[in-house]
Write a protein that binds this ligand. Structure first.
Ligand code: MN3
Length: 202
């Protein structure tokens, strides 16, 4: 049993004009495909072969090949599922909306804090919104690390994440990471984020 590159639920050009088709195609068919192939190679013949990706991520800290490629595999699956061409900036509703207001004051304040975490991640990495025992929180991780690895003070259940590697935005936005983040809000699938919030164990 090996990991497979998942198909997207939408076409590469479906997130235009916010995210461009060429970036989406390269990001999925080259970058994500590469992490998937290298993850399978890294776990082949080890005790982690055949394990769930969640178990692999919880046990990968001492293996750079499994950590980088397992993170890259899971992070991008999570990222594609977080977006939808039918999304709007109206944002979340229900219990998620209440939890965001409780943690950050308002949806706009949450977006501001999340953007700050994504902007200030030096080099390549991710920013995350997580659900934990004390409600919602924001953190960021370098490279392809993620909260499921429970390393670096970022260990609650992730419900939203943004890729801030340059490969995610440079073709369209150049060095304008902030412009990319602003555009990305338009394609966040809040129904999916709300489902994750409602089903998160913590
Ligand atoms: Mn990426």
């Amino acid at each position: 049993m090996t990991f497979q590159l998942p198909d997207l639920d939408y076409a590469y050009d479906a997130l235009e004009p916010h995210l461009d088709a060429l970036t989406m195609e390269i990001h999925h068919s080259k970058h994500h495909a590469g992490y998937t192939t290298k993850l399978n190679a890294a776990i082949a013949g080890t005790e982690l072969e055949g394990s769930s990706i969640e178990h692999i991520l919880s046990a990968c800290a001492d293996s750079p090949g499994i950590r980088n490629n397992g993170g890259g595999y899971w992070n991008h699956c999570f990222f594609w599922e977080s977006m939808s061409p039918g999304s709007t900036l109206e944002g979340p509703s229900g219990h998620l909306s209440e939890a965001l207001d409780s943690a950050f004051g308002s949806f706009d304040e949450f977006k501001s804090e999340f953007k700050k975490a994504a902007l200030t991640r030096f080099g390549s990495g991710w920013a995350w919104l997580c659900k934990g025992d004390n409600g919602l929180s924001i953190c960021s991780t370098p490279n392809q690390d993620n909260p499921l690895m429970n390393i670096g003070g970022c260990g609650d259940s992730p419900i939203l994440g943004i890729d801030v590697w340059e490969h995610a935005y440079y073709k369209k936005f150049g060095p304008g990471r902030g412009d990319y983040i602003d555009a990305w809000w338009n394609v966040v699938n809040w129904a999916v984020i709300e489902d994750r919030f409602n089903s998160a164990s913590q």
